[in-house]
Design a protein around this ligand. Structure first.
Ligand SMILES: CC(C)(COP(=O)(O)OP(=O)(O)OC[C@H]1O[C@@H](n2cnc3c(N)ncnc32)[C@H](O)[C@@H]1OP(=O)(O)O)[C@@H](O)C(=O)NCCC(=O)NCCS
Length: 188
C-alpha cells in the first residue's frame, strides 16, 4: 500500500476537512487522551498517558501501513477538533475497523462528526476500494449509534457485558457497513 501518500492526504468537506496530524496537534491529542470522560466513550481505559507516550504512539500509527489515522479539522485547516481512523485494514478481505471522536464538547452535535465520517467513507470505499467497515460501540452511546445508523451502519451483533465502565460491565454493539449499503445510503 505504498502508493498511499499519508503526508499529503487532505479530504475536504463543507465544514470540516480530514488530514494528517501536524506537530502542533500533539497538545490536543495529549489533552483528549487524558480526558477520562472521553476515554470511556471510546472504550479506552482511564489511565494517565505522558506526552512522550503520545509522541511515540502517533509515530507508530503514522508508519503503520494497515491504518489510516487522520485529524478532523475546521475549514481553516488548522483547528483540530477530533480524530478519525481506519485501523486493522485487511487488504485482502478489504475491510477495516472505524474509530472516531470529536475531542471538545462544544463541537459535538453540530453535524461535524457526520460530515467527517462521510468524508472517510468516500475515501474508504472509492479511493482505497474497501468492501466493508466494521466498528464497535457501547450500547449506551446513543449519539454515536445514531451517527452510525444515519450513515448506513447496521447492528451485526452484541458482546454482552464486554467493557468495564462507570463501575459496571456494559454491552458492546458490533456494527458494519458493506460497500453496497453505503451506496444505497448515499442514494447512488
Ligand atoms: C459520536 C460523535 C463522533 C458524533 O459526532 P457529532 O458531531 O457529535 O454528531 P453529529 O452532530 O454529526 O450528529 C450525527 C447524528 O447523531 C445525532 N446526535 C448527535 N448528538 C446526539 C446526542 N447527544 N444524542 C442523540 N443524537 C445525537 C444527530 O442528530 C445526527 O443524526 P441525524 O443525522 O439523523 O440528525 C461525537 O459526539 C463524539 O465524538 N462523541 C464522543 C466520542 C464517541 O462517543 N465516539 C464514538 C465512539 S464509538
Amino acid at each position: 500500500m505504498d502508493n498511499i501518500n499519508k503526508q499529503r492526504m487532505v479530504l475536504s468537506g463543507y465544514q470540516v476537512c480530514l488530514k494528517t496530524l501536524e506537530d502542533q496537534d500533539l497538545e490536543y491529542i495529549y489533552k483528549w487522551k487524558n480526558d477520562w470522560g472521553l476515554a470511556k466513550l471510546i472504550k479506552a481505559y482511564p489511565l494517565p498517558i505522558a506526552r512522550y507516550e503520545i509522541q511515540e504512539w502517533l509515530k507508530k500509527n503514522h508508519s503503520d501501513k494497515n491504518q489510516i489515522f487522520l485529524g478532523i479539522y475546521l475549514k481553516d485547516y488548522v483547528s483540530i477538533i477530533g480524530v478519525i481512523r481506519l485501523k486493522y485494514i485487511d487488504w485482502i478481505s478489504r475491510n477495516a475497523e472505524l474509530g472516531i471522536y470529536i475531542g471538545e464538547d462544544k463541537y459535538r452535535g453540530r453535524g461535524l462528526g457526520k460530515e467527517a465520517l462521510k468524508l472517510l467513507l468516500i475515501y474508504a470505499f472509492q479511493e482505497i476500494n474497501l468492501y466493508k467497515i466494521n466498528l464497535t460501540v457501547l450500547e449506551s452511546n446513543a449519539s454515536a449509534i445514531k451517527l452510525y445508523k444515519s450513515c448506513g451502519f447496521t447492528k451485526e451483533g452484541l458482546l454482552r457485558e464486554q467493557f468495564w465502565v462507570n463501575g459496571k460491565y456494559e454491552n458492546v454493539l458490533l456494527m458494519g457497513l458493506l460497500r453496497n449499503e453505503y451506496k444505497e445510503n448515499l442514494g447512488e
